[in-house]
Write a protein that binds this ligand. Structure first.
Ligand code: URA
Length: 238
């Protein structure tokens, strides 16, 4: 990739601003000052700006512990979004949330620069499990679990069979493979129960890192990213 394009993709400067950086000799590649932004650099080249090494990876996968009160959106003119919780480089690289969590839902949200991967992860045809801990304003019963397993019929669609594991009278673990608008809340609603707290604990092979506090994030390890790719390969085509 051209060096000036790379710096632009990382959100460090515009193409024209980069000319000034090169002119002033502020950019080095593998220890050599580069004054021509058109120079192509290898993926593994050591690029420095003002002597500081740059992280030039264009593909990033992030696990965020989403707090309540933040929108799952790329941007919003009025409200804080999950993108505002990440350093600007992620936005510059085109990192996007994988599916959505409601504003008041907390827990594991994945974000990736890989749009194809995101698409596959949220496709019901790939059978990727999403697990939520739900607290409700009623008493959960085995009849609720049986109804979830049979596939809850909602106004506009019938949910795929889901698993409800009852943890305590008002708290359950729900496993779904699709992510329609307000899906889990609506499934409980159809059983006469209101969800008062919803927290995603896992997404496919990934569990929320317990060290992450609400609002904190980390990048996936190589092993986690590989496991996610494998899960996204799923058993069916979209
Ligand atoms: N189901 C919901 O109802 N809300 C979420 O945020 C996620 C799943």
């Amino acid at each position: 990739m051209r060096l000036d394009k790379l710096l632009g993709a990382l959100g460090l400067c515009t193409r024209s601003e980069s000319r000034e950086l090169f002119r002033r000799g502020r950019v080095t590649v593998n220890g050599e000052t580069v004054r021509d932004g058109a120079k192509n650099v290898a993926e593994d080249a050591a690029v420095c700006l003002d002597g500081k090494p740059l992280d030039t990876r264009l593909t990033r996968h992030v696990m965020l512990c989403k707090p309540s009160g933040v929108l799952t959106a790329a941007e919003d003119p009025r409200q804080k979004t999950v993108m505002d919780l990440l350093p600007p480089v992620y936005r510059a690289l085109g990192c996007m949330p994988v599916g959505r969590l409601d504003k008041d839902t907390t827990g594991l949200l994945l974000l990736t620069t890989d749009g194809e991967l995101a698409h596959r992860l949220i496709s019901p045809a790939r059978h990727v499990d999403k697990v939520y801990r739900a607290r409700v304003d009623g008493v959960l019963t085995q009849e609720d679990a049986a109804a979830f397993a049979a596939g809850i019929s909602l106004k506009d669609f019938t949910a795929l069979p889901a698993r409800l594991e009852i943890l305590s009278p008002d708290c359950g673990l729900v496993t779904v493979q699709e992510g329609k608008y307000h899906q889990v809340k609506r499934m409980f609603g159809a059983r006469g129960k209101t969800v008062v707290q919803l927290h995603r604990v896992s997404f496919g092979p990934l569990a929320l890192d317990e060290d992450l506090q609400p609002g904190q994030y980390r990048e996936l390890t190589e092993e986690e990213a590989a496991a996610l790719q494998k899960a996204a390969a799923g058993s069916h085509a979209t």
